[in-house]
Design a protein around this ligand. Structure first.
Ligand code: PAF
Length: 280
């Protein structure tokens, strides 16, 4: 695996070695890699001529400075894992490489998507995601971009970005990879202590409860029940909500046919976890 730290060096290498007819697959990450990331890399490898991954802990997407400072950094083992998965190129830029001083900050018109759920609870977060993904896509110009369904709303935001900026890139979203007990794999899980790791599973249980108990009609009581369930198990809940799976419009009254997803964000002490499950 080639490790490249400079944007210009990476785009030159890709242009020289991989002319237009080759498929470039791209897996952007913030490191602290787990099996969820690695499954994206393996899928990318199967479907493309060249697999590029990036590790960049993007400061502009952290609305909470403490979360940024505590974000796990495991670069040596990340490199080993990417190498073992067959990644061809790792882009490992510095902050100034991605955000050269003096460059204006762009604003992305994300509309409704930025006003609900993660957009509401993490102001500025999706602008930061768009800034970095815009930059990364401009450098790598991938044929296919690989994302995980765990960040459901982020997948929609990035699809919107690709549309807004006319990137010639297809998006492939892969199912959330879970631990054997159901906990969604996440880089933030390493911050959970033993007790919190046991509690964390209740997010999955709450979503399964919603899936099993959802009936056509008003959904308020079910959302409240799932929120209470999490609160009783030690969480501080930002939201448990049910939304249209195709556009994230929140559903309060379900007709029994609309394709729906339950989305959860909740804190265990300092650690904020998110998850989602398609309901029908
Ligand atoms: O999902 C992530 O790891 C990040 O939000 C991403 C897409 C790499 C942008 O920093």
């Amino acid at each position: 695996m080639i490790i490249i730290k400079e944007a210009l060096a990476l785009s030159n290498l890709l242009k020289k070695r991989h002319p237009g007819n080759q498929h470039i697959g791209f897996v952007p990450t913030m490191g602290a890699l787990h099996d969820g990331h690695i499954s994206l890399v393996k899928q990318c490898k199967l479907e493309n001529d060249i697999t590029v991954s990036s590790i960049f802990v993007n400061p502009t997407q952290f609305n909470n400075p403490a979360d940024f400072e505590k974000y796990p950094i495991t670069i040596e083992s990340d490199i080993d894992k990417l190498e073992a998965a067959g990644c061809d190129i790792l882009f490992l830029p510095s902050v100034t490489e991605i955000y050269p001083p003096g460059k204006p900050t762009l604003h992305y018109e994300l509309g409704y998507l930025e006003t609900v759920l993660e957009g509401h609870y993490r102001p500025g977060h999706f602008q930061g995601v768009c800034m970095v993904v815009d930059k990364l896509l401009s450098i790598v110009q991938p044929t296919v971009l690989y994302l995980g369904q765990k960040d459901y709303q982020q997948c929609m935001v990035i699809s919107k970005l690709v549309e807004l900026k006319n990137f010639n890139t297809a998006i492939r979203i892969s199912e959330t990879i879970r631990e054997t007990d159901g906990l969604a794999m996440s880089s933030r899980n390493v911050r959970l202590n033993e007790q919190e790791r046991i509690q964390a599973l209740f997010i999955y249980k709450a979503m399964i409860m919603v899936k099993n108990e959802m009936k056509p009609g008003k959904l308020g009581a079910l959302k409240e029940k799932a929120t209470r369930f999490l609160t009783e198990h030690g969480f501080k809940v930002d939201y448990v909500d049910i939304a249209d799976a195709s556009n994230l419009a929140l559903i309060n009254d379900w007709d029994g046919r609309q394709k729906a997803v339950v989305l959860v964000a909740a804190y265990l002490h300092e650690v904020r976890l998110i998850d989602n499950l398609i309901l029908n």
